[in-house]
Design a binder for this molecule. Structure first.
Ligand code: MG
Length: 458
């Protein structure tokens, strides 16, 4: 997977060295030599990863650059790895607290750097995909600008559920004491380990179970696939750290666990999970909005059109029969004219309730627009569809509509045209026949069901 990496270092020799290494791995490399320049360049170029030096003379240092990158909305989702010769604990924690995803010490270990780059770039690709789909949704108008609070703001709330998978009592105690102040911490196997976790800490040095297997299984299982995983490894065990990243761990922490470090890492991981969850939620919502009729909650015309064509085609190729019923409320214009559009909407919703209790789970009930509805009935012959239509017709006229918003109980009837797809039908010809049947039902006096070509595929 190719990606663009921004390398920021004040020393040309360091920039060239990293550029050569990354280019050899087929990454595109952007270069900057100052903190301010890096922040500007990142905003303009949107790289997939930023490698950031700490000590840069004049202007802002790497910590400040990282803080600014994480503060501006255009760049805060870009992962940052701080690279420095400062090999002390304070610097490391400072870097992570500034929002960096990782802190690497120079001279940089190539294998570790590449494993990190691959893992962080992979994550960024997923985030980009979600962001692009969200932007598309906005363009199509199916995601409102202010549907929900900004996910970026929302994900600032960091408290969450942490699940610890470990068999080392001392280490568990340390993790609990570090993360317990901010989060709810449970240990796998405990009674309280019931809540859905927001972060999983897995020890790959455990003796009683295989931590790698736990990571791999979590990555491949549907409900746990998107969970951030923090792997605990032994110091200087580069091979296992790289293995954990390759298997899908999002982050690594070395034993003995530094409490401030794990707090900072947990925050970054959870913030990112919240951000991605919020984006996914918005997409689900927008998808639902895109296929739902807002007044009735039934499927809309867009959904109907996407469903009907393949079903008709399948019937045509000798597959299961498919029928449609086209339903029109009788004299609906009169209701709107005499009682007003609000009462008209009440009638449409009340009709929907009766319609919904008369269709099978396998049917698709859609509102075509106005007072016209259509039900797609897969695996249904015309005869059965006519029986279903007749049952629906009766349930509408059997009792007057009685609902808040109506001045008095109101008699409502429907006319229904039924058609079943025959061997040479397209979606258009099928709907045309249903439309003709509906027209005949209207002409014959309304409140009735008519079928067209309904028994051909029986
Ligand atoms: Mg420097």
């Amino acid at each position: 997977m190719s990606a663009r990496i921004l390398v920021v270092d004040d020393l040309e020799a360091n920039r060239r060295l990293l550029e050569a290494k990354l280019t050899a791995e087929y990454y595109d490399v952007l270069l900057a030599s100052r903190g301010e320049e890096a922040v500007q360049l990142a905003k303009r170029e949107r790289p997939d990863l930023i490698l950031l030096d700490v000590m840069m003379p004049g202007g802002i240092d790497g910590f400040e650059a990282c803080r600014r990158l994480k503060a501006q909305p255009e760049t805060r989702h870009i992962p940052v790895v701080i690279c420095t010769t400062l090999d002390d604990r304070e610097s490391k924690v400072r870097g992570l607290q500034a929002g960096a995803e990782e802190f690497l010490t120079k001279p940089i270990d190539d294998v570790h750097l590449m494993a990190r780059a691959k893992s962080l770039v992979g994550l960024k690709v997923v985030i980009d995909e979600l962001r692009a789909r969200e932007a598309n949704g906005r363009k199509l108008g199916v995601i409102g600008e202010d549907l929900r609070p900004d996910p970026v703001e929302q994900h600032r709330l960091v408290a969450g559920n942490v699940l610890v998978v470990d068999d080392n009592a001392t280490q568990i105690k340390r993790i609990r004491s570090a993360l317990g102040a901010e989060h709810r911490v449970a240990v796998l196997g405990d009674e309280d380990a019931k809540a859905a976790p927001d972060l999983v800490v897995v020890s790959v040095t455990a003796r009683s179970f295989d931590g790698f297997r736990v990571i791999a299984r979590m990555r491949s299982g549907e409900p746990t696939r998107h969970l951030p995983i923090l792997a605990v490894v032994d110091p200087d065990d580069r091979a296992r750290a790289v293995r954990a990243l390759e298997l899908g761990a999002h982050d690594i922490i070395v034993r003995p666990i530094d409490e401030e470090e794990i707090v900072a890492r947990a925050r970054t991981l959870m913030r990112r999970k919240r951000y991605m969850d919020a984006l996914r939620h918005r997409l689900d919502q927008s998808l639902e909005l895109a296929i739902t009729d807002q007044l009735t909650g039934l499927y809309n015309r867009r959904f109907f059109e996407a469903q009907i064509a393949p079903l008709v085609q399948r019937a045509q190729c000798g597959g299961d029969p498919v029928s449609v019923m086209l339903i029109d409320l009788d004299h609906f214009k009169r209701i709107n004219d005499t009682l007003g559009h609000d009462a008209g909407d009440v009638v449409l919703r009340e009709f929907t309730v009766r319609l919904a209790s008369n269709v099978r789970p396998s049917d698709f009930a859609c509102r075509q627009g106005g007072e016209e509805f259509v039900v797609i009935m897969p695996r249904t012959t015309g005869d059965i569809a006519c029986l279903a239509a007749e049952r629906l017709r009766r349930s509408i006229c059997a009792a007057p509509f009685h609902a808040p918003g109506l001045p008095a109980p109101l008699d409502v009837t429907v006319s229904i045209g039924v058609a079943c797809a025959s061997a040479d039908d397209t979606a258009e010809t099928l709907m045309k026949r249903a439309d003709e049947a509906l027209y005949e039902a209207k002409r014959a006096g309304r409140n009735r069901v008519m079928g067209k070509g309904a028994s051909q595929a029986a």
